[in-house]
Design a protein. Structure first.
Length: 329
């Protein structure tokens, strides 16, 4: 299963755990890395002390490579500097043009990934010095960069930036998806929703229960519903009572949404949680979990059991290897 992605990142298997805000901590990232994939911390909203703490905690749990994801919709100069100062040498950028931060990352010897939703964006990223492109299809859960499905997107991106490695994201949750991504020319897969059903994912049991019960038709793509102080940030979530009531009211804009401002829960991290707030329900969250932002991709229909993250990595890799061997006969 060694690919160009493995060579670039120093990993054994071409599987990257997607940076799922609110659900990922050192234990999940380290478990994925220890199994041969690449774990990814999500630190783009963390204060600098937390950035350093999570990096050190992850390093205490694994001697393998891991990365940090930074969302460029928000200023990230100080967080990037802290990551590099802590010895992180795999940096993943998301959303806006990474060109301004590339000199700092490259001067420190970092390998840089950037997530795109089109071939044109991929070319611009490579021109700025990005080492690995993540092509994110419309099927993906959480915040979604583009409007093209994974199947047509990945070959277009591969053709646009070859020989730069491309990672396929969106709709991949098992070995069949990884094998398909490799067949499309990708060098690996970026997987999120499947890892939400890992024992290490820091999510509420009810959220996990809803994920395990969901089918591939139970998600909805929204232009802008759950607020994260990030305008025009489309996202995909599990359909729930908040989505249903908003749609029944005619999809009104912010300020006119039904129940807006109602407190629907509490947690140590978010304190009061109001309806339409972007707040991944964690283990300590209390309240109406079913009404909160329940991020998930269309691959959720392939997620049917709770497993340790390391087992998920190994199962996906073994299934993909078996498929590729069979197809080669």
């Amino acid at each position: 299963m060694q690919t160009a992605l493995c060579e670039c990142l120093g990993i054994e298997l071409p599987i990257i755990q997607a940076p799922m805000g609110g659900a990922v901590g050192p234990s999940l990232a380290a478990a994925v890395s220890n199994a041969g994939g690449l774990g990814m911390l999500v630190l783009w909203r963390a204060d600098l002390a937390t950035v350093r703490q999570q990096i050190r905690q992850t390093r205490a749990l694994t001697s393998k490579p891991f990365g940090v994801n930074l969302n460029l919709e928000f200023p990230q100069e100080e967080r990037l500097a802290a990551c590099l100062d802590e010895g992180v040498r795999i940096i993943s950028f998301f959303w806006r043009d990474p060109a301004a931060l590339m000199p700092r990352a490259k001067a420190a010897g970092a390998t840089v990934l950037h997530t795109v939703g089109s071939a044109a964006s991929a070319r611009r990223a490579v021109d700025s010095g990005v080492d690995i492109i993540v092509g994110q299809g419309w099927e993906a859960g959480g915040h979604v960069r583009g409007t093209v499905a994974t199947l047509p997107l990945i070959p277009a991106v591969v053709d646009a930036v070859s020989p730069v490695p491309v990672v396929a994201a969106g709709g991949i949750a098992d070995g069949r998806g990884l094998a398909a991504a490799l067949a499309l020319g990708a060098a690996g897969a970026w997987i999120g929703t499947r890892f939400l059903a890992s024992k290490e994912a820091a999510i509420h049991p009810r959220y996990r229960e809803l994920l395990l019960q969901a089918s591939e038709t139970d998600t909805v793509f929204l232009e802008e519903l759950f607020d994260v102080n990030w305008p025009k940030a489309p996202h995909r979530v599990l359909r729930n009572k908040t989505v249903d009531s908003w749609e029944a009211a005619g999809r009104p804009p912010s300020g006119k949404r039904p129940g807006e401002g109602d407190v629907i829960g509490t947690s140590r991290a978010s304190r009061p949680i109001v309806r339409y707030q972007s707040a991944t329900p964690g283990p300590d969250t209390e309240g109406d979990i079913d009404a909160m932002s329940l991020w998930a991709g269309q691959s959720v229909g392939l997620v049917s059991k709770l497993q340790p993250a390391g087992d998920i990595v190994r199962d996906i890799a073994a299934e993909a290897a078996a498929i590729l061997r069979r197809l080669a006969q």
